[in-house]
Design a protein around this ligand. Sequence first.
Ligand SMILES: Nc1ncnc2c1ncn2[C@@H]1O[C@H](COP(=O)(O)OP(=O)(O)OP(=O)(O)O)[C@@H](O)[C@H]1O
Length: 715
Amino acid sequence: MTTITVSISQIVGRIASLRRIDLSPDWAENALLISADYEFALFDLCEAVGWPEPTVLLHVPGAHEFPLMAFHPVHGWAIAERLEDGGEVRVLLGVGSALWSVSDGCCLYDIVIPAPVRQLAYTKAIDVFRDAVFKRKSTLVLAALATIVVNLIALVTSIYSMQVYDRVVPLGAFSTLLVLSLGTLVALGFDYMIRIIRSNMLEQEAAKIDSEISEYFFARAADVRLDARPPSIGTMAAQLRGLEQVRALMSSAVLFVFADLPFAIFFIYVVYLLGGVVAAVMLVSFPVAICAALIFARLIREDTYKSQVTSNQKNGLLVEALDAAETIKSNRGQWSMQARWNALVEQVHATELPVRYRQATASTLFGTIQHISYIFVIALGAYEVYEQNMTMGALIACSILSSRINGPMISQLPSLLVQSSYARTSLQMLDSIMNLPTDRPGGMVQLRPSRLKPRLALKDVAFVYPAARAGISVPSLEIKAGERVAIIGGIGSGKSTLLRMLAGLYAPMQGSVMIDNLDLWQVSEDVLRTHIGYLPQDYRLVNGTLRDNLLLGLTEPGDDAMMAVADEIGLAAMIATHPMGVDLPIAEGGRGLSGGQRVLTGLTRIMLAKPKLWLLDEPTSSLDVDTELKVVKALNNRVQPDDTLVIVTHKLSLLNLVQRVIVMANGQIVMSGPTSEVVARLQGKSKPNNNQEPSPGPVTNGDINSTAKPAGADA
Ligand SMILES: Nc1ncnc2c1ncn2[C@@H]1O[C@H](COP(=O)(O)OP(=O)(O)OP(=O)(O)O)[C@@H](O)[C@H]1O
């Protein structure tokens, strides 16, 4: 008998993968200690990770319901894969499978595994908000009920006034007054409580909605394919901040105005019951105010859009100016940046001014409509009272109700409309981010191979940067598992672009990039990243500590392993001299270390990650000779014989690491062959035969300078 002692999170993780749901690496952080040998483990896990409670299956499940979770009193938890002909359940164990039967006490459970936000396929930002709101139907229903009660209580004060004027004052019925007053005060007490509860309830839900929505948009923005990102990151960040505007509108008190609007019609009906013809005043004033509001909304729409666009550009410029302060200061660039900033500020003012002007006009107009309507109610009411069609008390009640209809509802409309117009523009901007292609489009079935051999193949690959004329074009390239290759070439020849394509960061516009005979873009991002170690040319650190950066995305390897690598490549000396050691803080924007130290941090991280495919972009360009030697030695040590290494470099010394050299020029591979042969050709020692391309240029001792003309493909 096998007793399962694995964590249940591993079993559920496997079910998720069978259901093609990509859980985040830390999804079971709170549930790792739950073991799989007790019956309530599944319930405990779902509770710990915040999923819906599992359901016990009391019926015989259909084929479409599998895979399910199965519990056996002796063996614990496993994955139920299918039903066998004899009615037994085929379960998957750690290795192999077994048959469990219901008569032995086997029980089946179904669980709902919510897809992580990044896997949700939305095309419109409004759908994200709508789904987050409608998920909370019960809260909305309660809020709607509270709104109905609040509005009904609003009637109480007008009826109270009517009773006092009609019954209490003429008859001196002060005991009635006492009862009425107490009743009204109690109703107002209720009103107060309901309003407080309603707003607290909505605020709490708004906070949850905010977390969900923010998580979605952060993940969505991070998922945008690197080659498809807009040129200004500051502008993109400002566009993303637009979601705060939508959220603010959703949770703001003015939103209640919308909920109150239908009650205006109800109040007009009550006025009709109390004062007959007096209701005609509201029947005219209310639609006039609503029409004016709609016209106003239309008038400001274009200006709010323009103002938002310019304001985002302003934000982009600010981020750029602060980020590139060194370049700007040292090159006397402040003046031109200041000029651009001032021009954008002027533009923002020019577009905001009409909005403000119209908002002020609308507020005044609605105030005037309110006053005129009041005067008409009183005037018409006075006539009706004189004609004895209504009582004095009813007139007072009608005037209170008229101010309720035309009062808060109408007077808050201008600010509500401005806010909603900005929110609408923000949604359009969020839509533009949602239209950017992502690394792995939602809904696409991803491959999750347990192992990937680090062999690469490019076929008819072409790539051009947005708004650029030339790019890279590779008709054919193959890199075998275990091969060590260097890519060399002149500046701007396309080496880094090619490496990013091999890393699956840039998608080819045509052709395919294959890893282990699978299209690299169909392999799950998670699987890909555990197999590929990519070091960019300009390695940026993230805000946190040095340790956070050394272990970014890794399972804690332990301090000994971390320090061993750091020591091997020369980072340990720096760590030892700093008073905070590996906990030294890295500021926002990755500042805090020198260029060389940053690269060493990236290299240490990759060596700790032990990838199968090493893609390094000029790893030693900012290192001194001694450190470079250490890095070369460490790479020789750490890159396993069956690992593949691709290095982009300008340095001759790194060619000792590789067996093959690929030479690039003008976005194309112009030469490829064994290191010694290519170096000899570049140094002009070997003459090209008739089929070969002319020499790309001389090689110096330190640098390789290729000036070759593009031609054929890979050898
Ligand atoms: N983000 C970008 N947007 C537009 N064009 C780009 C971008 N990045 C690079 N390019 C262009 O693509 C071409 C190839 O650039 P790439 O960075 O791949 O060259 P490289 O060979 O790595 O150069 P270097 O040796 O200087 O690092 C260059 O002409 C460059 O101007």
